[in-house]
Design a protein around this ligand. Structure first.
Ligand SMILES: Cc1cc2nc3c(=O)[nH]c(=O)nc-3n(C[C@H](O)[C@H](O)[C@H](O)COP(=O)(O)OP(=O)(O)OC[C@H]3O[C@@H](n4cnc5c(N)ncnc54)[C@H](O)[C@@H]3O)c2cc1C
Length: 288
């Protein structure tokens, strides 16, 4: 057993390679062009892609599964990151890595990465955007890991829809970089330097303070437990329909994403055994 193998997620039935899971995604490689630190909390990786079809890359809020480790003879260790932006003319994408303190596969990759580094990915996977088609006001709740997703969503905001976004981060500059959009009020929930991410409950409190919740459609991403609490508030307490509570857990405090992925795969296998597929898979139903 080598040092990385505990992070490898086995897929004995090759479920992740089947069409139901792949849904038009491709396995490909990108090359790092540069890494900057636009502000203290983020390393911004600019990478060159060469997609067989650029069309799927034009959608907002795309995610990639990056192969941050490739242990010999085993499946790669992967981590999910958002495409903050895609410039079709240059073939460049931006990915913002939030720097966190724990030693981890993604932070280790980042420490090794430099211009010329080649990394495999699976993607792009279109993730939730707000249910603009409902015509209702949009409420967004996000921590710093979802700022790139919010950035992408704001860039393609549907004109005429009102919105409010609550963003928790300890880095004011990361919030300040979000673009202003007419009709959308952006609110910073500034975490103190002595407060750990995923623990303050401020996003949950902001969600509970939304007046007349029935008039809103909701988009939430961040630490799983906080995201789940916000989903519960809107889905169960306020009884918003499932379509109007679009929530994704991006990371789980104290738990590696490999463990979350293992549980996800187990849940996906159960959904398949009941005749379902990815469409029936609800990430926050995975009990971790
Ligand atoms: C759809 C989707 C899109 C995402 N987009 C982005 C993105 O654009 N940018 C981004 O930075 N992240 C993003 N994430 C979250 C990212 O995948 C996780 O933070 C992931 O855990 C990082 O992997 P790691 O190897 O660093 O840590 P892991 O090995 O997964 O975890 C090791 C330890 O670090 C802790 N940890 C992990 N992330 C954080 C964090 N942010 N703050 C504090 N502690 C943490 C864990 O709780 C654990 O204790 C996204 C996740 C999803 C599902």
């Amino acid at each position: 057993m080598n040092a990385t193998s505990k992070e490898v997620v086995e897929d004995p039935n090759a479920r992740l390679e089947q069409d139901d899971h792949m849904r038009g995604m491709e396995h490909a490689k990108m090359t790092v062009e540069g890494i900057t630190r636009p502000f203290a909390s983020v390393a911004r990786v600019v990478a060159r892609i060469d997609p067989s079809d650029p069309a799927p890359w034009r959608l907002p809020n795309l995610a990639l599964r990056l192969q941050v480790e490739t242990p010999a003879g085993q499946r790669p260790v992967t981590r999910i990151y958002t495409v903050r932006s895609y410039d079709e003319a240059s073939g460049l994408i931006e990915i913002d890595f939030v720097i966190h303190e724990d030693k981890s596969p993604a932070m280790d990759w980042l420490a090794r990465a430099q211009p010329g580094t080649v990394i495999g990915y699976t993607g792009p996977r279109p993730h939730f955007v707000p249910a603009w088609e409902s015509g209702r006001k949009v409420a967004i709740f996000a921590d710093e890991t979802a700022i790139p997703a919010v950035y992408s969503i704001l860039q393609s905001w549907q004109a005429g829809i009102e919105g409010v976004a609550y963003i928790e981060t300890a880095d004011r500059a990361a919030f300040d970089e979000l673009p202003a959009v007419e009709g959308v009020s952006l609110n910073l929930l500034l975490r103190g330097a002595d407060e750990a991410p995923g623990t303050t409950g401020r996003l949950v409190a902001a969600a509970k303070a939304i007046p007349d919740p029935a008039g809103w459609t909701v988009w939430v991403s961040g630490e799983r437990q906080e995201t789940r609490a916000i989903r519960r508030h809107f889905s169960e307490t306020c009884e918003l329909p499932r379509e109007d509570v679009r929530a994704t857990g991006y990371w789980r405090r104290g738990v590696s994403s490999s463990e979350v992925d293992r549980m996800r795969l187990r849940h996906y296998e159960e959904v398949i055994s009941q005749g379902g597929g990815l469409r029936e898979f609800e990430d926050l139903d995975v009990q971790i």
